[in-house]
Design a protein around this ligand. Structure first.
Ligand code: ZN
Ligand code: ZN
Length: 171
């Protein structure tokens, strides 16, 4: 285990001793954050709420992060924003655990790094675009049509217009 300070590891030990209904909000913001080998985010903002319940500590998180990705149409590097919110129960004991199997750690610290990584990857846009009207790559010459105006004929012509097109071509 790394001894490095982990800002996504929160001390909730004292919440265990509070009465059910007690809540604690924590917000954070990082210009740059490495959530794992496969996920480095920018402009990472979050608001987490820890609530003391009968069965454990309920975590609710609302996250927002920017990730570098490739536009699915033109393959240019682009930045997309992912918003994620999730709720998980850290049970006091195995009898109260949910499907996630999360238990309040003995040391009283809850690390939300892994959950944040999983949810942000899950909620990331599946069809990222560099801009809503990205023109994509030309299927003929492969040029990025956002940057290059090629002369390839790729438009599918409405069959009703084909005759007109033939007439024009004849001229
Ligand atoms: Zn694009
Ligand atoms: Zn082309």
């Amino acid at each position: 285990m790394s001894k490095k300070h982990n800002p996504l590891r929160f001390n909730v030990g004292y919440i265990i001793h509070e009465t059910p209904g007690y809540t604690k909000d924590i917000s954070f913001e990082f210009p740059f954050y490495e959530l794992g080998d496969d996920l480095t985010v920018k402009d990472f903002k979050g608001m987490v709420t820890f609530s003391r319940t009968q069965k454990g500590i309920l975590l609710h998180a609302e996250l927002s992060a920017e990730t570098a990705t490739l536009c699915i149409r033109c393959l240019d590097a682009t930045i997309t924003t992912t918003d994620s919110d999730f709720t998980e129960l850290y049970a006091f004991d195995r009898r109260s655990e949910t499907e996630s199997g999360l238990i309040v750690p003995e040391d009283g610290y809850i690390d939300i790094t892994e959950l944040s990584r999983e949810y942000l990857l899950l909620d990331a846009p599946t069809t990222p675009l560099c801009k809503p009207d990205c023109a994509g790559l030309c299927p003929v010459c492969g040029e990025n049509r956002n940057h290059v105006q090629c002369d390839c004929k790729t438009e599918s012509i409405d069959p009703r217009l084909t005759k007109l097109q033939d007439l024009l071509d004849d001229e």
